[in-house]
Design a binder for this molecule. Structure first.
Ligand code: SER
Length: 850
């Protein structure tokens, strides 16, 4: 039976028993802070079990995508090392919500396994919770007592997590031993006898203090490991040998050129199993909206990816590999889970960029690891344990999650000092907490038992009773002042009381009171009336930037993808900042489109509508953006721009019409943490200020450039002067080295001038210095050629015309030239003859004169 048929037949079987087929919940449990990942089929029905929610049916059936890589149910360490644990798997389940109980649950499980799928009865075992006589008695109808086992809480009392619904369970195990000797192997953690189906009888809620509180109704929650039952129905002993994993393993073999073997001891095959498992987890998690990151869920994914990347390296890959498997998976499973097809490109990009960034440090980290081990060996330690400080360095500098370090260490039979690692981690956290504290100026706000009504949505000033005034803190019965919240900064302004004006420099919430922090001290004025006025221009800037933030949020989502959500935001009168998860730098074209889209909405003159709605109603608005994890009261404020364009839960202050924003300009883009980008932007007056600033700096730059050019010109002149002086100084030296022909001094020198002009100047200087009875030949090398200047003092120029002399010299260099009798120039290409020509110049003169 193909796996797709197994899945279908399970669902059809229970539909035949009046179960409603429901879709799998996302693998990312939005709205349950106790869970990082959906880890069981029952998660989406937790509220039904706890009676805080209800469904219009009492029986359900589905296949649920599960991830078990963290928390109470964590199978990460077993993956790849055995054949039947996965970080991602499907759980087939049937449910009774206060409907049927043990009798039917067991009977139908038996019917499906034995009558429909034809599993051999001899191979089935059942376990029951040690005190659950009721289930024991029921099983006796189907199985001999030798194959019914009573077990303790570890195996037969199912709990979702540290808290939540739970109850005794009864598991069905499958015996693969050839001689049916599996009875003693039940729950032994071996692949010969594995659990295939768990029937949980939900009847308690585990409270945070550990107490078990009975539920009002009793329910059934069953979970069957889809990959395991497929292996059994396909006559395989390993889940990896089913058609579920075959396409991934085959692709891995093709890409690596290595053969996949069933062998658990073969390192290549272990690596392939791990990679095949991990890419499923990553793909499904990312498809459902998670991203690798530095904390919580994101870090679990990052750890999984890095683990896989390390195994890929063992398979000989030095380039990103995992992203190449996403297509295989989406082709294979896209029909049942269309999100894989829809998000394929996104998954590939995320996985690839994560791999790339880890590969940058993986190699160096492994080298560092070797070094650490060598040091330990050299120190002659008896038992090798990677010290906490080193494990922390691998984590902090090379991006090795602790479990990766442990894995590598284990492969070499070494331990890791986990406590030491934790200690370093705690120290780092404390340091960054300290650093944050210094930046955040604490204002001591007392907890007051008074209540302020915020009237700042409608008004910018209010007259109100003073409820409290002490030192620099004032609380009024009503105030238009907004206290920092949701990223929007506090208002500033003025409070007038007792005839004095006080500047409000900050505003804080304290319980139900809004506390104004003023820049002076007040006498007790409680009971009197104060006038509170918000700085209106500043407020206008805040309003524009806040509404612009909503437009930006939606534009980002439309341009960069559905994964965009607000991770942080700052709405300031002069600018705004928006942080969002994204794995690569948005390119200039995308940023342009985003900016354009926001500006288009501004120009469209769209009313911004704010409504106060009951939470249940607001939650159901299609497309509404709320922030998972935020707590909302019974009613929420919903800010809508352009009906279906942007709808957000928001308590901030906004413009009445988008046109008030004026204009929007992105001014900066950066990365603030792995996978988190930050945009900075301005709107309205801020854009004008931004442009003025640009203009100013352009003008400044222009004058700076002109100033610099002037300076360069002056410096060049200076340099020329120095050079000339330096060369002229050399003339005396040349004369000292002159040779004689009779009483004629003959100078022949190679010089270091920079140009023909300088050479001629030098010739002039030499001629002047010689004054009488002197002849000079100066040579210079330019562009691989020789340049010559010949000078002759006036008393000799008739007898020894410079033009002639230089002509003779140039000829020897394969060139020619000429000029006046007192000075002439020439050039020649045979540079290698130059020294000879210079040395022989005295003979040239002698020969010429004779
Ligand atoms: N909740 C149980 C389990 O996860 C049965 O679905 O095993």
């Amino acid at each position: 039976m193909k796996s797709s048929e197994v899945r279908r037949s399970f669902i059809e079987f229970f539909k035949g028993k009046e179960h409603r087929e429901v879709p799998s919940a996302p693998v990312i449990p939005h709205g349950d802070p106790t869970l990082l990942f959906t880890n069981a089929g029952m998660n989406q029905f937790k509220d039904v079990f706890l009676a805080t929610g209800a469904r219009p049916y009492t029986r359900a059936v589905d296949t649920q995508k599960c991830i078990r890589a963290s928390g109470k149910h964590n199978d990460l360490e077993d993956v790849g090392r055995d054949t039947y644990h996965h970080t991602f798997f499907e759980m087939l389940g049937n449910w009774s919500f206060g409907d049927y109980y043990k009798e039917e649950a067991i009977a139908w499980a038996w019917e499906l396994l034995v009558d429909v799928w034809g599993l051999s009865v001899e191979r089935l075992h059942a376990t029951v919770f040690e005190t659950d006589d009721e289930s024991y008695e029921i099983w006796k109808k189907y199985l001999p007592e030798s194959r019914i086992h009573r077990c303790g809480a570890k195996d037969n009392f199912w709990e979702m997590g540290a808290t939540g619904p739970c109850g005794p369970c009864s598991e069905i195990h499958y015996d693969r031993t050839p001689d049916l000797s599996g009875a003693k192997l039940v729950n032994a953690g071996v692949q010969e006898v594995i659990e295939i189906w768990n029937l949980v009888f939900m009847q308690f809620n585990r409270m945070p203090d550990g107490e078990l509180k009975p539920l009002d109704k009793r329910h059934v929650d069953t979970g069957m490991g889809f990959e395991r039952i497929c292996a059994i129905l396909q006559n395989q002993t390993s889940n990896y040998d089913t058609d579920i994993f075959a396409p991934l393993l085959q692709r891995l073999s093709e890409l690596s050129g290595r053969v996949y073997k069933h062998d658990l001891d073969d390192p290549d095959s272990t690596a392939m199993r791990v990679i095949a498992d991990h890419i499923r987890t990553l793909s499904f998690a990312i498809a459902d909206g998670a991203l690798p990151g530095n904390t919580g869920r994101g870090y679990v994914l990052r750890r999984i990816l890095r683990r896989a990347a390390r195994y890929a390296r063992n398979l000989g890959f030095n380039e990103p590999l995992m992203f190449k498997l996403v297509g295989v998976l989406s082709d294979q499973m896209g029909e049942v889970f269309p999100e894989l097809v829809q998000q394929r490109e996104m998954i590939e990009r995320v996985v690839r960029s994560e791999e790339e960034s880890f590969l940058q440090t993986l190699e160096r980290g492994l080298e560092r690891f070797d070094e650490i081990v060598n040091n330990l060996r050299a120190a002659g330690a008896e038992e090798l344990v990677v010290p906490g400080a080193d494990a922390f360095q691998l984590y902090d500098t090379f991006g090795f999650p602790l479990d990766l370090t442990e894995l590598i260490a284990r492969e070499r039979g070494i331990g890791v000092d986990q406590a030491g690692f934790d200690e370093h981690m705690a120290q780092q956290k404390a340091r960054s907490r300290e650093a944050r504290k210094v930046h955040h100026q604490e204002v001591d706000v007392p907890v007051l038992d008074v209540k302020t009504a915020f009237v700042g949505y409608e008004r910018e000033s209010a007259e109100s009773e003073v409820l409290y005034a002490e030192e620099n803190r004032v609380v009024l019965a009503e105030t238009p002042f907004y206290a920092e919240s949701g990223g929007q900064v506090s208002d500033t302004g003025i409070i007038t009381m007792g005839g004095e004006e006080y500047n409000v420099v900050d505003v804080r919430k304290s319980g139900d009171a809004i506390v104004h922090i003023i820049d002076g001290e007040v006498e007790a004025l409680t009971g009197s009336t104060a006038l509170a006025r918000v700085d209106r221009a500043r407020r206008a800037g805040i309003r524009a930037n806040h509404s612009a933030t909503h437009l930006l949020h939606e534009a980002l989502r439309r341009v960069l993808g559905d994964h965009i959500k607000q991770e942080g935001s700052l709405v300031h009168p002069d600018y705004l900042r928006f942080d969002f998860p994204h794995f690569e730098k948005p390119n200039a074209a995308d940023l342009n489109r985003i900016e354009e889209m926001v500006n288009a909405k501004i120009r469209e003159f769209i009313p911004v509508v704010t409504r106060e709605l009951p939470i249940d109603e607001a939650r159901d608005i299609p497309g509404v953006r709320m922030f998972f994890g935020d707590k909302y009261g019974d009613s929420v404020r919903v800010v809508t721009i352009d009906d279906s364009y942007s709808i957000e839960f928001c308590g901030g202050t906004h413009v009445a019409n988008t046109s008030e924003i004026g204009l929007f300009k992105i001014t900066g883009e950066s990365s603030i943490a792995a996978g988190v980008r930050r945009l900075e932007a301005v709107s309205g007056v801020g854009v004008q200020q931004f442009i003025s600033g640009l203009e100013r700096s352009l003008t400044k730059e222009k004058s700076t450039v002109e100033e610099l050019q002037g300076k360069i010109r002056e410096m060049q002149k200076e340099i020329d002067k120095h050079r000339a002086a330096e060369l002229a100084g050399g003339v005396d030296d040349y004369i000292k080295q002159a040779k004689n022909h009779g009483d004629i001094r003959i100078v022949a020198q190679r010089v270091a001038a920079d140009s023909m002009d300088q050479l001629k100047n030098l010739g002039d200087e030499l001629r002047a210095a010689l004054a009488t009875r002197g002849i000079g030949l100066l040579a210079l090398e330019i562009d691989g050629k020789a340049q010559l200047v010949c000078v002759v003092t006036d008393d000799l120029k008739k007898q020894y015309p410079a033009g002639k002399l230089v002509g003779i010299a140039a000829k020897a260099l394969g060139g020619g030239g000429g000029g006046k009798p007192h000075m002439a120039t020439a050039g020649g290409k045979d540079l290698d003859k130059l020294d000879e020509v210079l040395a022989g110049f005295v003979d040239t003169v002698a020969g010429f004169g004779s």
